[in-house]
Design a protein around this ligand. Structure first.
Ligand SMILES: Nc1ncnc2c1ncn2[C@@H]1O[C@H](COP(=O)(O)OP(=O)(O)OP(=O)(O)O)[C@@H](O)[C@H]1O
Ligand SMILES: [Mg+2]
Length: 368
């Protein structure tokens, strides 16, 4: 097992730069997720660790060894691909044994490792089958098994769940987490799905346009997004953004005024940051779950609230997903089911003022 380091990595294909100055340090045994929209450079980063691409600039380390120029087969990594690429004419056993046979492991050792891995993945009874006789989830487990038997220092997984249906994705996701808890191999996991990233990662690196936007624990990214990209990418339903927020001071009190929509009291500990940013164009941010029907809150609610008109109410039983329009902006609020939100009616939403966010509209950078 080993740590993996990227030091100022750039990758260009011809003149096009697809990875810009990416640095990170993945700790031994850590489960690191690279997440970001399609084309942001996730697979390219992973392929550089695997040795399938060489960086244009910068160094990659696996353990203490700089691996630039090292052949993929000498890097001691195991990779699971999106399309799991099983050999159709081979049994499950032979698919899992293939990499070990290539490396001339003794027969008894191969048998032991394959049987161990099959046990861990619940494949014991399927070893004689061919891939076409397996379900999607079983095939996925064989692909994982093929990686596990190698007992490599680092696992690389590129969207390994993307071919599975929703239920199986959730199940397999949990299996991969359990597996990692047991064998603790350093893992780099690539996905474009923020829920996968949040549920699986010890830490998450959010990539956009080949640049790391933020690297942190799932809770860090959720609570303290570094910019509007991360704020909008992490969390479902996505954060509401209202541009044109004005910082107004009234004695000791600092407020954010959203013209025609409402106003929010800025908590004392954030007041200075808000006032310092007052001359900039600002965008207010609030997550749907940090809004509530003001009639359910009482007195204090009027001090921090947003007024809108309800468009659609979706009742999920434990909560209402309410789509509304406020000052011409579409917003989403996740409300208590006791809310009487009715399509076409006005609604006042209480804003949890200690969960508010403020961004520089021009740069997207977070002020808090
Ligand atoms: N061999 C190549 N030659 C030229 N451009 C490439 C090559 N491989 C990747 N790219 C480009 O580099 C960028 C990053 O690609 P990459 O495959 O890393 O994206 P990704 O984040 O994995 O996306 P997805 O979620 O769609 O898999 C894309 O714009 C892609 O078109
Ligand atoms: Mg990819």
């Amino acid at each position: 097992m080993a740590r993996v380091q990227f030091e100022n990595i750039y990758k260009r294909f011809g003149k096009v730069e697809v990875v810009h100055d990416v640095s990170f340090d993945i700790k031994d045994k850590e489960f690191m997720v690279l997440v970001g929209p399609s084309g942001c450079g996730k697979s390219t980063c992973l392929r550089m660790v695997a040795g399938l691409e060489e960086p244009s600039e910068g160094q990659i380390y696996i353990g203490d060894r700089m691996v630039n120029g090292v052949d993929p087969k000498d890097r001691d990594i195991a990779m699971v691909f999106q399309n799991y690429a099983l050999y159709p004419h081979m049994t499950v056993f032979d698919n899992m044994a293939f990499g070990l046979k290539l490396r001339h492991y003794p027969k008894a050792e191969i048998k032991k490792r394959v049987e161990d891995a099959a046990g861990q993945l619940g494949l014991e009874n399927l070893l004689k089958r061919k891939p076409k006789e397996l379900s999607g989830g079983q095939r996925q487990r064989v692909a994982l098994g093929r990686a596990i038997v190698r007992e490599a220092q680092v696992f690389l997984m590129d969207e390994p769940l993307s071919n599975l249906d929703a239920k199986l994705r959730v199940e397999t996701r949990a299996n991969i987490i359990k597996l990692h808890q047991r064998i603790q191999t350093t893992t780099i996991y690539v996905t474009h799905d923020q829920v996968e990233a949040m549920t699986m990662g010890d830490r998450i690196a959010v990539l956009n346009g080949g640049v790391i936007q933020q690297l942190g624990t799932p809770q860090d990214l959720y609570d303290n997004p570094a910019n509007m990209f991360v704020a909008g990418f992490i969390g479902t339903p996505t954060m509401n953004f209202i541009p044109g927020a004005k910082v107004v001071g009234e004695g000791d009190l600092t407020k954010l005024v959203l013209e025609g929509i409402g106003q929010i009291e800025v908590p004392a500990e954030l007041a200075k940051r808000a006032r310092d940013a007052a001359s900039r164009e600002l965008t207010f941010g609030i997550r749907p779950s940090h809004l509530e029907d003001a009639t359910l809150i009482g007195e204090s609610s009027t001090r921090s609230s947003i007024d809108g008109t309800v468009d659609v109410v979706e009742n999920l039983g434990n909560e209402l997903q309410v789509y509304l329009t406020a000052g011409g902006k579409s917003l989403i609020a996740t409300l208590d089911p006791r809310s009487r939100a009715v399509p076409g009616n006005k609604i006042r939403l209480y804003v949890e003022s200690d969960r508010i966010h403020l961004f520089d509209t021009a740069t997207g950078e977070s002020i808090f």
